[in-house]
Design a protein around this ligand. Sequence first.
Ligand code: ADP
Length: 267
Amino acid sequence: MKKQRTETAQKIHLAKIDANATPDFDGGKREGGEELQRLNKKLEALQELLYAEHKHRVLVVLQAMDTGGKDGVIRHVFEGVNPQGVRVASFKVPTTEELDHDYLWRVHKQVPGKGEIVIFNRSHYEDVLVVRVHELVPEEVWARRFDQINHFERMLAEEGVTILKFYLHIDQEEQKARLEARRDDPQKRWKFKPGDLKERALWDHYMQAYEAVLEKTHTSWAPWHVVPANKKWYRNLVIARIIIEALEKLNMAFPEADFDPGTIEIV
Ligand code: ADP
């Protein structure tokens, strides 16, 4: 893997991005799987360092259409990391208490503390995606949220949070195949919700909403990575690689002992 493997752009047409693509990786599924195993070990070591150093905070945001692979990323990319320092926060339909507050209230409570990686399985972006598509609030309300989100994320970044946002890009054909697999495979059926079909019918509306998100909230302090995600092995590989690169840039070190180890005798 050489250069950046993802698309990050100001003007974006998702239909033009090939969800089957595997840019900048020469091998196929087998080589990709082997590479991911190496990356898992690297991520495991970096996460231990992050936890030990207790200085930086890391926020990973995962957004996708239904069946896009958020759960798979959480399982495969973070395989082997120490659960003490990694947490998943899932954002579902807001509760009445959450709806009584501003939309960032429940989100802010879940941001990472020092030494922690938090993975957002869905996020505050639902408040400009599903909320927009289903007209849950008037346009004037959701339209101003892009700026609010950028400011919120900027504040987090200035306070030392590394923010990495991923849009897992599958196409409609792939979603059909994955929904059929959920319908037909007893081990996957628990994930099938008939309501997903209603959302699928709104595909174009969602794409329009996602394009607005990618254009308006792609910032230097919280960039989006559009990951071709039809091929699960490639999706995992790319995300692992980007997280590792970001962690390496933090130049972390294990804390120095505040005592002289030479003077300590263990009997
Ligand atoms: P997932 O699909 O993430 O595995 P669920 O099947 O429980 O989990 O779906 C969660 C649902 O909650 C999604 O349909 C999502 O659009 C919805 N949701 C999340 N945040 C909001 C929000 N702020 N307003 C309305 N719906 C939301």
